[in-house]
Write a protein that binds this ligand. Structure first.
Ligand code: SME
Length: 156
């Protein structure tokens, strides 16, 4: 999917797919893995995963893709910056981001979207592409919606 669809259409389809596949009777991890898988394969991503906050650090949670860095300090790297600012960070070229944490040499661009529950930052959704400048404010808009699903799956 994606070749003849614009990114917004892809998100509308994948959000429907997410709604249809979530099943509260299933284990929450199953549902979150399904969401990450839907993102990875519909958006043709290199890596999609979650780092959850515990104290002053982020720890690797569920992901789709290669093994990755397991601990990131809040304030460090793209993930730690998004967590510190509590806002989405888009990095068109990872080589230009000061303090970038390179888990995989393949990644060229990245977007990290914070996830909240009860007004608290609980996790970040980290998404990587092998293409430069792969993410825009449209991705931020839709991935913030996806994070609301993930947050309800994990914490409600
Ligand atoms: N590049 C991230 C680290 C996580 S990996 O991309 C999976 C960062 O700078 O925070």
């Amino acid at each position: 999917m994606g070749l003849h669809m614009c990114r917004k259409e892809v998100y509308n389809v994948l959000l429907k797919q997410i709604e249809l596949s979530l099943d509260k009777k299933l284990d929450r991890w199953t549902n979150v893995c399904t969401v990450l898988s839907i993102l990875r394969y519909n958006l043709d991503l290199f890596w999609a995963g979650i780092y959850y906050r515990k104290g002053k650090k982020l720890f690797l949670g569920l992901f789709q893709g290669l093994p990755a860095c397991t601990e990131i300090e809040i304030g460090k790297g793209v993930c730690g910056t998004a967590a510190f600012k509590a806002e989405t960070v888009i990095v068109p070229n990872v080589n230009d981001f000061p303090g970038y944490i390179a888990c995989h040499g393949e990644t060229k661009s990245e977007i990290v979207v914070p996830g909240f529950f009860d007004g608290q930052l609980r996790f970040v959704l980290d998404i990587d592409s092998i293409e430069l400048d792969y993410f825009s404010n449209d991705d931020a808009y839709y991935l913030e919606k996806v994070n609301v699903y993930i947050s309800s799956l994990l914490y409600e």
